[in-house]
Design a binder for this molecule. Sequence first.
Ligand SMILES: CC(C)(COP(=O)(O)OP(=O)(O)OC[C@H]1O[C@@H](n2cnc3c(N)ncnc32)[C@H](O)[C@@H]1OP(=O)(O)O)[C@@H](O)C(=O)NCCC(=O)NCCS
Length: 161
Amino acid sequence: MPELQRLRADHAPALLAFERENRDFFAASVPDRGEAYFTEFEARHQALLAEQATGAIAFHVLVCDDHEILGRFNLVDIADGEAELGYRLAQKATGRGLATTTVRALCTLAAPRYGLHTLRAETTLDNAASRTVLARTGFVPTATADFDGRPGLTYVRHNPA
Ligand SMILES: CC(C)(COP(=O)(O)OP(=O)(O)OC[C@H]1O[C@@H](n2cnc3c(N)ncnc32)[C@H](O)[C@@H]1OP(=O)(O)O)[C@@H](O)C(=O)NCCC(=O)NCCS
């Protein structure tokens, strides 16, 4: 069973492989990270860890026994007991409930570990899988939104849901 781990320095090679292997899959649903993300990955990874140390973000990766990364589940803009949730799963790991299970687990630990009482999320209307994940994990739509011309929804989840 893959394990949800807080992002560490030694996750870098597996995380880069995860982002490279799934780049086209992710770009079909969310904006592509751009070439610089890949060429400057190591510096960016270090910067994220430094930011994580301040408590402003909390990044997590879903790791297999063989250290392969299957997903990332991030809390950003952490302030005043609130945070924004974002996630992405390797294409080969989709369709078996892993995103739902992991978002649920992260919501459960958000209060005791990070003091979060409110999580926000957003997705485009055409992202049926993500909308299903959010609905199943207790997020409720709050408003319509426009993400670079793609209609979407913003969500909120209060802890406990
Ligand atoms: C969104 C994402 C995390 C979902 O991961 P996942 O592990 O497949 O999700 P789950 O299996 O937990 O749940 C998805 C549900 O949506 C359903 N679903 C998937 N595509 C669907 C579609 N086009 N129409 C309707 N339902 C769909 C799945 O069948 C599943 O429901 P089921 O359990 O009844 O079969 C994954 O597809 C992903 O990383 N996509 C690319 C990045 C992304 O979109 N991130 C989210 C940005 S907001």
